[in-house]
Design a protein around this ligand. Structure first.
Ligand code: SF4
Length: 323
């Protein structure tokens, strides 16, 4: 089995909703997630909007302070890093965001944007212009793009610049937070293939966050399914698609549109009730129980344990756990 690069242990993030004098309530965005990311793999993180995927990514990078829990990067607790060790972590772990237009400074040229990353991380490069042009060529841009501003590029080109800015400092781990959802389909494929090529060449490890299951399957080695701040299933990508075990994963997969109407009619139907509940006051026990067609008495009383049902395939559901 591959070596663990990142270990997330019982991670929680509650956002306070403040009243005039007191904290009125807390949004439980991430509520006790535990998983690991293996060196060289792509772990897909899927779930509906608001399930806590992006918050989990930001916690791993220490862009948010956790309410509880730990993140270990190469065995070191990320939340305890200081000084040089923290700088080293910042260089090793990068993020590529959904909207490259808002993540690139509109007042800086491409050269300034990429050079800033080199300066911040004190990379010693003899000819920076040549170095940056070489990187731009790797993503299909040219020397004449060097002194242009972000607004002069298309969405796909801006995402290529964001990719260079993240990779130019030679990280080990990159969070891809919906990196193609703002792009046209044809451009999406180019960017995804480019990210796969860089992963091979640079031995990168990815956390791929998306709500698009087709893209997640294409990119991921394993997939974790999140529902209302918790991970409910974690399995190798092919296995999750062939044999989803958690009723919520089955619902998600059943919602993928099928372009063949005959096959779509034959496909087993998964019945789901209602909307996702509020993360301010999540249901007790299994959080999916108000919507689950297999709900049992225990489901609304006790939280199901996260257990291995087959090799490397974990599920949190009372249908599989011993009671
Ligand atoms: Fe459904 Fe119960 Fe499993 Fe939750 S624990 S998914 S309610 S069967």
């Amino acid at each position: 089995m591959s070596e663990t690069l990142i270990k997330v242990v019982n991670l929680k993030k509650y956002f306070p909703i403040r009243g005039i004098f007191f904290t009125k309530a807390r949004v439980k965005a991430v509520d006790g997630v535990t998983f690991d990311i293996r060196r060289g793999e792509t772990l897909g993180l899927v779930g509906e909007s608001g399930c806590g995927k992006t918050t989990t990514g930001r916690l791993i990078l220490r862009l948010l302070k956790p309410t509880a829990g730990h993140v270990y990067f190469e065995g070191k607790d990320v939340f305890k890093l200081k000084g040089e060790e923290l700088k080293k972590f910042r260089k090793s772990a990068q993020i590529i965001l959904q909207d490259p237009y808002t993540s690139l400074n509109p007042r800086m040229t491409v050269f300034e944007i990429i050079n800033e990353a080199l300066e911040v991380h004190k990379m010693k490069i003899s000819d920076k212009e040549e170095f940056i042009v070489n990187w731009l060529r790797k993503v299909g841009l040219e020397k004449h793009h060097l002194y242009r501003y972000p607004h002069e590029f298309s969405g796909g080109q801006r995402q290529r610049i964001a990719i260079v800015r993240a990779l130019v400092i030679n990280p080990k781990f990159v969070i891809l937070d919906e990196p193609t959802s703002a792009l046209d389909v044809s451009v999406q494929a180019q960017i995804l293939n480019m990210l796969k090529d860089f992963q091979r060449e640079m031995s990168l490890t990815y956390l791929f966050i998306s709500h698009d299951l087709g893209i997640v399957k294409y990119m991921s080695t394993r997939i974790a399914v999140m529902y209302l701040g918790k991970i409910v299933e974690l399995a190798p990508a092919d296995e999750l698609f062939e044999k989803p075990q958690h009723p919520y994963s089955q619902m998600l997969l059943a919602s993928i549109p099928i372009p063949d109407p005959e096959y779509a009619l034959k496909k087993p139907k998964v019945r789901v009730y209602g909307e996702p509940p509020s993360p301010i006051n999540p249901p007790p026990g299994c959080r999916f129980h108000p919507r689950c067609e297999h709900v049992m008495e225990i489901c609304s009383k006790e939280e199901p344990p996260f257990i291995e049902v087959e090799r490397d395939h974990y599920v949190a559901c009372w249908l599989y756990a011993k009671r």
